[in-house]
Design a protein around this ligand. Sequence first.
Ligand code: GTP
Ligand code: MG
Length: 337
Amino acid sequence: RNFKSSMECRWDIDRLNAPFLAIYESLIPPEEEKAKQKQLLTLLEKLVNKEWPEARLYLYGSCANSFGVCKSDIDVCLAIPDANIDKSEVILKLADILESDNLQDVQALTRARVPIVKLMDPATGISCDICINNVLAVVNTKLLRDYARIDVRLQQLAFIVKHWAKSRGVNETYQGTLSSYAYVLMCIHFLQQRRPAILPCLQEMEATYAVTVDNIECAYFDRVEKLCDFGSHNRETIAQLVWAFFHYWAYRHDYTNTVISVRAGSLLSKRTKDWTRRIGNDRHLICIEDPFDVSHDLGRVVDKFSIKVLREEFERAAEIMQYDLNPCVTLFEPYVA
Ligand code: GTP
Ligand code: MG
């Protein structure tokens, strides 16, 4: 009898809704964190405008895309209208300015793929990365934020997936696993694929927002307040979606032949993108198309070792969702090497 009731309990996936929602809620940043971010941004604007009066600062990444959990670092883009600036020079100059204003741990990383200045603000305790003229990141931040406004299940799923990925050590691009940005795109794509769909494909709809950045045309439907009922025909709960997400990436995704595309709202074939073989360091072992820079595969950091790590983690998560008696704990147990 005990066995039977524990089996029934195990298969009632919706018993996990309340604990998953509690985890989601515990990760939402409190209002005062937003206020501190604003305070830091105002300080940075003041310092930057003394040297570059034309420049503007934009928040991007998780502090502005609705997928930031509490205590995240903030990402700032310094936009300088002059097209001929030398980014490394600006980075070094900026680091000087910040250091002389008593910001701490100031580091200029001029050789990174995206050159940045890192700093920590002792007044707010917030760490911050500043990049130069990375406007595409500001635009894809808006796209993610607009998707998040359509159906709250996206934010819930993405928080849980990011929390899982951080706990399990598979959110480290320098170790060949995926960025937070890649995980959010995986969540959006997954919700576009549910039947009935939970999210639309904004880039396939009439464009109400259009900008051209680095010769890339970025256009999509951004009047998302008109879409707040979009997913209402689909009643899947967060527990069902977490189960299905891990099940998809563990057992159903065709890693050999397909690319996930939020832009197209569907899977694409690797062949049509010419992503079937290794070119330079890009191995295309898991393919996630950037929604605007469509030649960019967010999975390019993944190598033959880390693909194994990732797939084993997806399988572990799927097994836990299926069989574990307490998935809301086991799923997030820290990975110990
Ligand atoms: P956490 O800091 O982990 O909470 O998440 P995050 O959303 O800030 O993600 P991440 O640090 O991975 O990236 C910050 C932002 O940089 C993203 O939101 C994107 O706007 C941008 N970004 C990150 N990686 C790429 C990339 O490979 N290509 C492009 N075009 N943009 C990227
Ligand atoms: Mg970030």
